[in-house]
Design a protein around this ligand. Structure first.
Ligand SMILES: Nc1ncnc2c1ncn2[C@@H]1O[C@H](COP(=O)(O)OP(=O)(O)OP(=O)(O)O)[C@@H](O)[C@H]1O
Ligand SMILES: [Mg+2]
Length: 459
């Protein structure tokens, strides 16, 4: 890891260089912005630590030049305490973080550490993306995880057969997408693809929906009507929520599967069908069998080719690509372009558990794209459940109308208060938890108007 330090104050420059070298980094230090930029043009540095006020080019100019040469380098800005406003501007220009003078060199090490972890993540994502550029999207299904890659393979294989396929998965995992993909890749692709949701149709209507009825079969059956099975002839029928099919109809379905024949409601004539069937359920069918709500013989008949879609929380590595994909979709819809997600928002999106799986993530991105004001999707644009995971009580703070500097201040004050409370007011422990020195803690407490005179920093 190579570090470039740009700082005109000799004592600070030496202090930083010493600490970084001790921590095992290779350090080059200069005392002005112009030399700093020249060096960076010649050599690669992973991290640049630059003072804001410098002779020659100032910190912001240094930052802009560096970001022009390489977007990967982490730039950490050193500011005087009064310069926080400019520091925030620097963050907008792409600085990774800032630290205000005077500071404990260990604080700097913590920031660098965090940057290295963060850039590792970013690089990992880029690598993943390159690796799967061809395979990341399969029939509109996005997935880089090995679980999804395996499912893509299975879909390709089963699509070529006429076998019935059973798709398991929690709500929102993409069961319908998989059913679509199987049909589209099969030889039946130019024939009808008919979907029917067994849970959404009242029991007494489901039979005639599926199999049709003869004229006069029941009150209201004023003429003969084709059912979905007949409409789907030559194509595929997708019976969604099959676990909710009433037992009586399960028997009829079993017969069709065995004989490829059925009768319309109120009729005796046998109708032959050439239809491929795909099923899906969010239920555990085995449990349904045990509970007597699903026929065991039908279960074995349907379970020949099971495809089990993992929940999104079991394949979090798919989240970045899904986010990118949905951002593209909703950018097009809303006409907003050049959007990006802030690192904190990415962290939140990655740490949430998504009980509603991909559908929930899709809605979250739609909401974020719709509500974000600038080009960056910040945590406050995300749905409250996702923000709450990380931010807990800071929710209201993030969404108020204060300018960013005030928000940062208020956030810091809250954080200090909360950690002090957690540690029972023990300053040493508080400083440790916050990753700052006791001196810095004291200064921060004083700045925020905590009654420091009563505080004993030695405990
Ligand atoms: N891997 C994926 N890539 C892209 N979009 C996806 C993916 N998985 C799901 N989606 C999207 O999420 C939404 C939900 O997917 P789908 O309707 O297929 O889920 P489901 O498993 O059938 O859910 P339910 O059980 O609630 O019916 C859809 O808008 C779909 O386009
Ligand atoms: Mg569905």
């Amino acid at each position: 890891m190579k570090m470039l330090v740009i700082e005109d104050e000799l004592s600070v420059r030496l202090g930083i260089s010493c600490t970084l070298e001790k921590a095992g980094y290779k350090v080059t230090a200069v005392d002005n912005g112009i030399d700093g930029i020249r060096l960076f043009e010649k050599e690669h540095f992973d991290v640049v630590i630059t003072d804001l006020r410098l002779p020659g080019a100032d910190g912001i100019e240094v930052l802009k030049s560096i970001k022009n040469i390489s977007t990967d380098a982490g730039v950490i800005i050193i500011t005087a305490f009064a310069d926080v406003k400019t520091a925030v501007e620097a963050m907008r220009e792409g600085a990774y973080d800032y630290i205000s003078k005077p500071f404990d060199p260990n604080e700097l090490l913590i920031i660098i550490d965090r940057f290295i972890k963060h850039s590792g993540l970013v690089l990992e994502n880029i690598r993943l993306k390159e690796e799967v550029r061809d395979k990341k999207e399969f029939q509109c299904i996005i997935g880089v995880s090995s679980a999804m890659q395996a499912i893509f393979g299975t879909i390709e294989v089963v699509a070529k057969t006429d076998s019935s396929v059973m798709i398991y998965g929690e709500s929102g995992t993409g069961k319908e997408l998989v059913a679509n993909a199987i049909h589209n890749l099969s030889s039946r692709k130019d024939k009808p693809f008919i979907k029917i949701n067994c849970a959404a149709i009242p029991e007494n209507l489901l039979e005639s929906e599926l199999f049709g009825h003869e004229k006069g079969a029941f009150t209201g059956a004023v003429q003969r009507r084709k059912g979905k099975f007949e409409t789907a002839t030559g194509g595929t029928i997708f019976l969604d929520e099959i676990g909710d099919m009433p037992l009586a109809l399960q028997a009829k379905l079993l017969r069709i599967l065995e004989d490829q024949k059925f009768e319309r409601v109120g009729g005796n004539e046998s109708v032959s069908v050439d239809v491929r069937t795909i099923y899906a359920t969010g239920k555990n069918l085995k449990e349904e069998v045990k509970a007597g709500r699903f026929r065991e013989d039908l279960y074995y008949r349907l379970n020949v080719l099971p495809i089990v879609l993992p929940s999104l929380r079991e394949r979090k590595e798919d989240i970045p690509l899904l986010v990118e994909h949905f951002m593209e979709v909703f950018s097009k819809k809303t006409g907003k372009t050049g959007l990006a997600v802030s690192p904190t928002a990415v962290e939140m999106l990655m740490s949430y558990d998504y009980p509603g799986n991909v559908r929930e993530l899709k809605h979250a991105v739609e909401m974020a794209v719709t509500f974000c004001r600038g080009n960056i999707i910040e945590p406050c644009c995300l749905p409250v459940e996702i923000r709450e995971m990380e931010m807990g009580q800071h929710r209201s703070l993030i969404c108020n109308n204060l300018p960013i500097t005030e928000k940062v201040k208020a956030f810091e004050r809250d954080l200090l208060a909360r950690v002090l409370e957690e540690t029972g007011g023990k300053k040493k422990e508080t400083a440790k938890k916050l990753g700052i020195s006791r001196g810095t803690l004291w200064r921060k407490l004083k700045d925020h108007g905590f009654p420091v005179s009563e505080l004993d920093l030695e405990d």
